[in-house]
Write a protein that binds this ligand. Structure first.
Ligand code: ASP
Ligand code: MG
Length: 407
């Protein structure tokens, strides 16, 4: 059994749906196949817009009922195209697939998958064409999993069905050492570990949804990213770090643009203040990153600095001003001009000079580092957005990421 997932660009038009049917048909010759599809092209964006034009505050339950129609269109069309090629196929919605979710509309998590109905159909020799991005509550209400959720559907189905692999077909060849639009010499990675991919997905590489990567890691499910328009190509395979043939200090460099930096100054040094600051932001669903608390000359106070998405700045700023006043902090500073540059590599921590070399190269290129944060397999620097492209080039060159012997 294998799962093949096709994203929105892969099913954008009738011609492309026929192309998908061709890929599925050849796989179905030797494997049992479950196909997961997204909505055609920008359909989901269009549906979101339509809801917004109809109501300023659309009920989330109805928003889900609407958004789920996008995938319903594509599954039916893909099943028709397969039938036309003589491949017996049946489309299924989230509820029909047995995907049970929480009742958090527009951001529901999958809690269980009852695979009985899918298995009955695959055992009859049919290809099941599954609607991505959707499920149903135990009470039967339609839910969606959050934007980009079809990847999660594919991995969750593959895990539940104990598929041997989940192929994610998209409009690129896989995961590169850097964005190939920016760095023409960027190299396609043959393999990457779940952990590295997770870091890359979070810091800017848009190939796979982080939730899907997390789920694949949990189940140790092999996931392959492949190009719909060149389906013979091997693409990039995700696997456990211990199963990789090569371990390299740096696998790739990514940049997340549209970030902002906030600092809350001279926060009284007492238990509970950090909880108050970040609790207030969490309540408004503002995600924070690169949190740094640094002590001050005057040891009764600390400065707390962190990054957020630039689009959250207008909400976060007044909120933080209020919190600052309440807890007796000195005030806040906001810097809207931030991009986050990161290097990711499973072998990074084995080579302590990597960080120093990264900082030195940025310094030589006159790129100022505003903040630094690290994880076991990632080093991130906040820099000015205007420096982002240059910085990616400098770092890609520094670690010779264009040379095959490095990965
Ligand atoms: N169609 C949904 C979206 O655009 C789900 C997906 O494409 O993964 O967000
Ligand atoms: Mg989409």
């Amino acid at each position: 059994m294998i799962v093949q997932k096709f994203g929105g660009t892969s099913v954008k038009s009738v011609a492309r749906i026929r192309n998908v049917a061709g890929i599925v048909a050849s796989a179905a010759r030797h494997d049992s196949v479950v196909v997961v599809v997204s909505a055609m092209g920008d359909t989901t964006d269009y549906l979101v817009k339509l809801a917004g034009q109809t109501s300023k505050t659309p009920a989330r339950r109805e928003l889900d009922a609407l958004l789920a129609t996008g995938e319903q269109i594509s599954v039916a069309l893909v099943a028709m195209a397969l039938n036309d090629r003589g491949v017996k196929a049946v489309s299924m919605t989230g509820a029909q697939l047995g995907i049970i979710t929480e009742s958090v509309h527009t951001a529901a998590r999958i809690v269980d998958i009852d695979t009985a109905r899918i298995l009955r159909r695959t055992e009859e020799g049919l290809v099941v064409v599954a609607a991505g991005f959707q499920g149903a509550t135990p009470a039967g209400d339609i839910t969606t999993l959050g934007r980009g959720g079809s990847d999660t559907t594919a991995v969750a189905l593959a895990a539940a069905l104990r598929a041997s692999i989940c192929d994610i077909f998209t409009d690129v060849y896989g995961v590169y050492t850097a964005d190939p639009n920016l760095i023409p010499t960027a190299r396609l990675l043959k393999e990457i570990s779940y952990e590295e991919m997770l870091e890359m997905a979070r810091v800017g590489a848009q190939v796979l949804h982080p939730r899907a990567v997390e789920l694949a890691r949990k189940h140790r499910l092999p996931v392959r990213v492949r190009n719909t328009f060149d389906p013979q190509h091997e693409g990039t395979i995700l696997k456990g770090a211990d199963q990789m043939e090569i371990s390299r200090p740096v696998s790739g460099v990514t940049v997340a643009r549209d970030q902002a930096r906030l600092a809350i100054l001279k926060v009284p040094d007492r238990p509970g203040v950090a909880a108050e600051v970040f609790g207030a932001l969490a309540q408004q669903h503002i995600g924070v990153d690169m949190i740094i608390q640094a002590f001050h000359q005057d040891q009764s106070v600390n400065d707390i600095t962190f990054t957020i998405k630039r689009s959250d700045l207008d909400t976060a700023r007044p909120l933080l001003e209020q919190v600052a006043a309440r807890i007796g902090a000195k005030g806040i500073l906001a810097d809207p001009d931030v991009a986050k540059l990161s290097i990711v590599g499973a072998g990074l921590m084995d080579q302590p000079d990597i960080a120093a070399r990264m900082f030195a190269a940025l310094g030589e290129a006159a790129i100022n580092i505003k903040m630094i944060s690290t994880s076991e397999i990632r080093i991130s620097c906040a820099i000015a957005e205007g420096d982002a492209d240059h910085a990616v080039r400098v770092i890609h060159d520094l670690f010779h990421l264009d040379e095959p012997q490095n990965g």
